[in-house]
Design a protein around this ligand. Structure first.
Ligand code: BES
Ligand code: MN
Ligand code: ZN
Length: 509
């Protein structure tokens, strides 16, 4: 069931649980003081009698409520220091509160957010809205393949009332709810198994999801891709029974006409390997199990397009995803094959598991030559090396533009999707010089500098100094452990919050 979030000026007569955000000083906000009084000082008693809960960021204390108050549980959610409170901290508190509510078996909850006005860096309305947003993001579930109901028959949390609500909180949350819609779509796509979501079904799903929102969706099948010359992308998919596709998504942003050329849009490119076996360079057991999420970049691009259309973004944006399955078969491409890419550059394949960069190369060429974008940003689960370097904490970011990097860095920090800049450089790029073709698909350094060399490969397909950024999301696209904003074992939809914010802050006025 869906979690609905609403805002009220007065506290509702009853709900299963009341959430009280508390700063580090453990000072109770006025509404909580009232609640404290009506339960005979139970809350302040708990705050004094135990020493673990200090109102630190992410801390939770669940108290069973007495009969005198109309709720079963009172849950204190730590916000840390009031001076330091930022929006990602509000979201984390909301996510943690959601988990505590689920543990308490609550179906309805009231968030008492009046104290959030004390924060210095964020407005009270935004803080409350983002706390609700955090709970919403954490409420995501993917249970479409479960046929049996949960054993204990308990029902999930279905309703949160934020109190006191204002027109400003309501407005702030309505925008965030659209972002959640895009993130949930991206997560659903990642979580679909590769026997259900393959290039053709993925393409059709994109069409089904985005066309009703006013996004123009164009699908290139194999025949069209051959005609256009997507030689690198086609090679990656040739060993699979599921044939490759390219999907182009256009949001006109109220500028120009539908069906007509777009004037310098922003461009987003996604890697969409619906499964990556490695091909002839077959991945070993332990390395292949997660590879359904190798389309996480494409999923985030689709989710972003959904958000932009839902909120009627005022700038033109084009999204393109390269879809393929990297499978092993008699017709698979081989190490030492030489491919002619869409750009005209020839590529010497030296490892069939370095397939993402081949798909991206053609998509990058296509979008630059056909759209002349203001910038192009690609998202890809590109290298295991970025997971070694940055784990699940940061997305690796490579860019040829300091300005674009700075804008993205700020958007990332503000949206709780942090980036870490990684180097592109000449000597990494020279690793890719081939004696028999224009470029090799991998260098000679083995595992060393794997993420940078992959990025340098992509850079060779950037034309006319187009501002470009490459997000290597291999470590952050899938939640291997529980996150405050995402359940374990699910796609995250990484990048959607950051990029939506980047556009709103710098490219929409
Ligand atoms: N899809 C993988 C990268 C990956 C690894 C994503 C782990 C998520 C988790 C990519 O196609 C790949 O196989 N990269 C190789 C490149 C190598 C052959 C140069 C890698 O990282 O080992
Ligand atoms: Mn691979
Ligand atoms: Zn891959």
């Amino acid at each position: 069931m869906n979690l609905t979030i609403s805002f009220q000026t007065k506290m509702p007569a009853r709900s299963d649980a009341v959430i009280v955000p508390v700063y580090r000083e453990n000072k109770l906000p006025p509404a909580a003081q009232k609640l404290d009084k009506s339960c005979g000082g139970l809350i302040s008693h708990h705050l004094k009698k135990q020493s673990k809960f200090k109102g630190d960021r992410g801390q939770i204390l669940t108290i069973a409520a007495p009969r005198s108050v109309p709720c079963a549980h009172i849950i204190l959610a730590g916000l840390g220091e009031a001076l330091k409170l930022d929006l990602p901290a509000c979201e984390a508190a909301g996510g943690k509160a959601f988990l505590a509510l689920a543990a308490a078996g609550a179906q309805t909850a009231t968030f008492l957010t009046d104290d959030m006005a004390e924060a210095k860096k964020v407005k009270a309305a935004a803080a409350a809205a983002h706390m609700a947003f955090g709970a919403k993001l954490r409420s995501y579930r993917f249970d479409r393949y479960k046929t049996a109901k949960s054993k204990d028959g308990s029902k999930p949390l279905s309703k949160i009332i934020v109190c006191p609500g204002s027109i400003a909180t309501d407005k702030a949350y309505k925008k965030l709810d659209k972002v959640a819609g895009g993130i949930f779509l991206a997560r659903d796509l990642v979580n679909e198994p590769p026997n259900m979501l393959y290039p053709d079904s993925f393409a059709k799903r994109i069409q089904r999801e985005l066309t009703p929102l006013g996004v123009e969706v164009e699908i290139f099948d194999e025949k069209k891709m051959k005609k256009l010359g997507f030689g690198a992308h086609l090679a990656v998919g040739q060993g699979s029974a599921f044939k490759p596709r390219v999907v182009v998504m256009r949001w006109h942003g109220g500028v120009g006409k539908k069906g007509k050329a777009m004037k310098s849009p922003l461009a987003f490119v996604g890697k969409g390997l619906t499964f990556d076996t490695g091909g002839v360079n077959l991945k070993p057991t332990g390395g292949v199990e997660d590879m359904k999420y190798d389309m996480g970049g494409a999923a985030s691009v689709v989710g972003l397009m959904k958000v932009l259309a839902a909120r009627k973004c005022k700038t033109p944006v084009v999204g393109i995803v390269g879809l393929a399955e990297n499978a092993l078969d008699g017709s698979s491409y081989r190490p030492s094959d030489i491919l002619r890419s869409l750009s005209g550059k020839t590529i010497e394949v030296l490892n069939t598991d370095a397939e993402g960069r081949l798909v991206l190369a053609d998509a990058l060429t296509y979008v630059q030559r056909n759209y002349k974008p203001r910038f192009v940003i690609d998202l890809a689960t590109l290298t295991g090396a970025i997971v070694v370097a940055l784990g699940a904490e940061y997305c690796g970011l490579f860019s040829n533009s300091d300005k674009l990097w700075e804008q993205m860095d700020r958007a990332g920090a503000a949206s709780g999707e942090p980036l870490w800049r990684m180097p592109l450089n000449e000597s990494f790029s020279r690793e890719l010089d081939s004696h028999i073709a224009d470029v090799k698909s991998i260098g000679n350094l083995g595992r060393n500098a794997g993420s940078s060399i992959a990025a340098c490969f992509l850079e060779r397909f950037i034309e006319d100094k187009t501002p470009w950024a490459h997000m290597d999301i291999a470590g952050v696209a899938f939640a291997k452990s529980e996150k405050p904003f995402c359940p374990k074992g699910s796609g995250t939809g990484f990048g959607i919050r950051l990029l939506d914010r980047l556009i709103a802050d710098h490219y929409e006025t």
